[in-house]
Design a protein. Structure first.
Length: 181
């Protein structure tokens, strides 16, 4: 099996990152076209928000792969690769901003649309806007006190912000709610 050399792989990853920045993933592209035809469809806007969230995560994953390969290229004798790398946060944030805009449109069209607050929280947490993410997850739990995913994500926000007691509380709640399903 032939493998691409590191510089070729790095270039391919750069191209994928650029494509994600320019037009998002395939789902974003498809949903943008569908929304042009039916701009008042809340479900399509919700799906677009999900696609933007996914596109941002894909960007971060590809950027991490690229950083890993660049490190190996610059340090050929390295026995270990650092676990953390600096990523281009503003580019990823733009994709999560797209998700937030889509979710805001859902709320304009259908204020009680289920799941929007939890998904907004995911986008905000990925942008490290933890206080806003926390508010979204709390609102999701207020709207549906059995939303174990909101409780689980809220636990992660509390863990990421060093509030371990609250993180444990909401993780237990998430596990309890999930076992009731």
């Amino acid at each position: 099996m032939d493998f691409l050399d590191r510089p070729t792989m790095i270039k391919a990853l750069e191209e994928r990152m650029e494509q994600l920045c320019q037009s998002g993933n395939a789902d974003v592209q498809r949903l943008d076209k569908e929304i042009e035809r039916t701009p008042d469809d809340a479900e399509l806007w919700f799906e677009l928000g999900l696609a933007h969230n996914q596109s941002g995560l894909q960007y971060m994953d590809v950027a991490l792969q690229k950083a890993h390969l660049e490190y190996l290229e610059a340090n050929p004798d390295a026995e270990e690769v650092p676990e953390a790398f600096e990523l281009d946060a503003p580019k990823a944030a733009a994709m999560f901003d797209g998700a937030l805009a889509a979710f805001d449109r859902v709320l304009e069209l259908a204020p009680d649309y289920y799941g929007v607050q939890c998904q907004r929280g995911i986008a905000l947490a990925n942008m490290q806007r933890y206080e806003e993410a926390e508010q979204c997850y709390l609102k999701a739990l207020e709207e549906d006190e059995e939303d174990f995913t909101a409780a689980s994500y809220l636990s992660m926000v509390y863990r990421d912000t060093g509030r371990d007691e609250l993180a444990d509380k909401y993780q237990r709640l998430a596990e309890q709610l999930n076992s009731n399903e």
